[in-house]
Design a protein around this ligand. Structure first.
Ligand code: NAP
Length: 246
């Protein structure tokens, strides 16, 4: 039995990158309905599948969240994918950018979980799948605000996992390494594409894993962290000094 079969799923940031790839991958799992949400409906690619309902949603906008929650009362799986990245280190980085990382990645995702928890309780067994980042385990200083927002989101995800454990709602944290999306535009790293990453994410969720690192690079980083957190810190230190000496 495919755990996604016949399910109603809402994906944030579904117009591009990992969000869009998740929508495409889910369509191959026999889902009943996907609420594909994004900020600007003009940027939503057509997928020509009548199981998709497109909705406008900025996850920092309380009114839009309420509207979407009213429209999507049958949601059984909430995928919080929307996210932003602002470059900059802690000592010199743009504070407004850091504030934006926190308001989208952390508070925006929390607002979505708050709005949908009652719906998911009503429709249980259900799931929340949060796309976090390997940077939640250890910061890369050139994206320090992003790393802090993802560490905060990872913590919130683990809190909510406990808060909802007795409500029939399973809560997953997805912590990818670097994936080849607009977020890494200009990088010359060898990265997996969002399509194969989305397929892996769904596979790991179906396997019943709750903390998921879907890609090889991320898994290498995660294994280093598991051996000794200082090892991942050293990887990011080397990357940081490599970047600033370029
Ligand atoms: N790519 C990676 O290496 C990587 C690694 C680890 C984790 N992640 C995480 O994966 C998720 C998807 O990122 P991606 O790599 O697919 O990047 P992406 O291609 O830049 O996509 C980001 C998505 O988030 C949406 N978004 C941004 N702010 C939003 C808001 N306030 N409300 C609603 N949607 C908003 C964007 O919509 P617009 O088109 O309107 O901007 C876009 O759909 C993010 O949470 C990211 O942090 C990515």
């Amino acid at each position: 039995m495919d755990i996604f079969e016949d399910k109603v799923i809402l994906v944030t940031g579904a117009n591009r990158g990992i969000g869009r790839a998740l929508v495409k991958a889910l369509l191959n799992h026999g889902v009943r309905k996907i609420y594909a949400t994004c900020r600007d409906l003009n940027t939503m690619p057509s997928l020509d599948d009548d199981r998709i309902t497109v909705l406008s949603l900025d996850i920092t906008n309380d009114e839009q969240i309420t509207t979407v929650a009213v429209l999507a009362q049958d949601t059984e799986i909430l995928i919080n994918n929307a996210g932003v990245i602002n470059a900059g280190n802690i000592l010199e980085g743009d504070l407004e950018g850091m504030d934006n990382d926190m308001s989208v990645n952390y508070f925006g995702t929390i607002k979505m979980m708050r709005a949908f928890a009652p719906i998911l309780k009503k429709n249980n067994p259900s799931k929340i799948i949060n796309i976090v980042s390997i940077a939640a385990y250890s910061p890369l200083p050139s994206i320090a605000g992003y790393a802090a927002s993802k560490a905060a989101l990872f913590s919130a995800t683990q809190s909510v996992r406990i808060e909802l454990a007795k409500e029939g709602i399973a809560v997953y944290a997805i912590n990818p390494g670097a994936i080849d999306t607009d977020m890494n535009k200009g990088s010359d790293w060898d990265m997996p594409d969002p399509e194969s990453t989305a397929v892996k994410i769904l596979e790991y969720v179906a396997d019943g894993k709750f903390d998921i690192v879907p890609d090889e690079m991320g898994q290498g980083m995660y294994n280093a962290w598991r051996e000794d957190p200082a090892k991942l810190s050293k990887i990011f230190s080397d990357l940081y000094y490599g970047e600033i000496s370029e």
